[in-house]
Design a protein around this ligand. Structure first.
Ligand code: GLU
Length: 415
């Protein structure tokens, strides 16, 4: 007897069985749910600005709705938006694109997956330096490719020797991300040149995720590999979007920019998937890109202040460490010294995930365990949260680490 409620597990795709849930979104979702129920949790999970988008964005969206603009748009996005995106990339990043090079999508994630789908055949390999954003390997798998995870060096920068060793005849592309989620590292000009030239020499397509390009701090400057090594532009893609810099995470607006032939295939894929990106968000994005940059800068300055607060705060906690984030809004905190310590609650710290669990269960601070990003002895903390919450979190973190170090000694380990 069959029922519509029963499922035969073996009938699901084996390929999709290999895809992990997004760790960031699932933890974030759980925490938001608990907060909605009234649980007092300091939420440092989300890579999500706690600000409102610029007023012009909200106004343009309301106007678009009132003017009846909630219709399909061209698959690649509205011409005016694509022209605006091209102009912004030209002015702010330094790559000359036209509308035909741009495809607007419902979020940077779709932009990356579609870019991968357009270039990968089954079994093609994509290099991913890690620690990296949790979604990259799954995106490569979704597009039929094989993610090849390559450990970064001790400065959390892609390691050229390790990349060289990981390259095979099936390697077709590399996913780069500066400023980095989860480490906050920003590539210097020199490093970007070395890396870009290596990619060019190997004939790799670069998918350069620069979603956080306008969020750099304390004098750090953003360098795109596609600008520092311009020859890469012929074969590489640039990814950006509205989510982080304009506080528009839920509006889902990302963009692909690349060679016209690659953009045409991405647009074709999109025409069969989402059809076209959300029209109201597109009108809002045009307004944001044209008139919202002053508010974007106000938000950046606020993140910069918070980055200092959190860097100094963590530097003052004996037992954990974190390089100063130069961009994005994450700290990737090293807890190696706490390995082997056991808390009074009974949680033993064997890795960064254990420590994140301890912080959540005992101190009600929600972060993301490092394994989601390929960092064994780390956890990621987002400082896209109000200053007061960050101060509360730092105080609790400090006392938790000091308690662990003084009374959490495991006889076999020195904490
Ligand atoms: N990119 C953000 C993060 O890493 C948002 C969640 C996601 O899509 O991963 O927190």
């Amino acid at each position: 007897m069959s029922s519509t409620n029963s499922t035969n597990v073996s009938s699901f795709s084996e390929k999709m069985g290999q895809i992990e849930d997004s760790a960031t979104l699932s933890v974030m979702g759980t925490i938001k749910g608990l907060i909605a129920q009234g649980v007092d949790i300091i939420n440092l999970t989300a890579g999500e600005p706690d600000f409102s988008p610029p007023q012009c964005v909200n106004d343009a969206a309301i106007k678009a709705i009132q003017d009846g603009m909630g219709r399909y748009t061209p698959s690649a996005g509205l011409l005016e938006l694509r022209e605006t995106v091209a102009e912004v990339i030209g002015n702010e990043i330094g790559i000359s694109y036209e509308a035909k090079n741009i495809v607007v999508s419902n979020g940077g994630k779709i932009s990356i997956v579609q870019a991968l789908m357009a270039i990968l055949d089954d079994g093609d390999e994509v290099l991913i330096p890690f620690p990296s954003w949790t979604s990259y390997p799954e995106m490569v798998k979704l597009a039929g490719g094989v993610p090849v995870m390559v450990s970064c060096d001790e400065n959390m920068l892609p390691d050229l020797d390790a990349l060289e060793s990981a390259c095979t005849e099936r390697t077709v592309a590399i996913l780069l991300n500066t400023p980095s989620n989860p480490t906050g590292v920003v590539f210097s000009e020199d490093f970007t040149r070395q890396l870009g030239e290596w990619c060019l020499a190997k004939g790799l397509r670069v998918i350069s995720d620069e979603m956080y390009c306008s969020l750099t701090y304390n004098g750090a400057k953003h360098y795109s590999p596609l600008v520092v090594v311009p020859e890469l532009q012929k074969t590489s893609a640039w990814i950006g979007g509205m989510s982080k810099s304009f506080a528009m995470t839920g509006w889902r607006m990302g963009y692909f920019a690349g060679p016209a032939d690659w953009a045409a295939i991405v647009a074709r894929i999109q025409s069969q998937l989402t059809g076209s990106p959300n029209s109201i968000s597109q009108y809002a994005s045009i307004a944001g890109l044209k008139n919202g940059t002053a508010e974007r800068e106000t938000m950046r300055l606020e993140f910069e202040k918070r980055s200092r607060l959190i860097t100094v705060g963590i530097a003052n906690i004996e037992g954990i460490s974190c390089p100063e984030p130069q961009g994005a809004f994450y700290c990737f905190v090293d807890i190696s010294r706490l390995i082997g310590c056991t808390d009074a609650s009974g949680i033993t710290i064997n890795n960064g995930d254990d420590f994140a669990r301890l912080l959540l269960e005992v101190d009600k601070i929600a972060t993301i365990g490092g394994s989601a990003f390929g960092g064994q002895n780390h956890f990621r903390l987002s400082f896209a949260a109000p200053e007061k919450e960050l101060e509360r979190a730092l105080a609790k973190l400090s006392s938790r680490v000091s308690t662990l170090l003084t009374s959490g000694k495991n006889s076999a380990q020195t904490c």
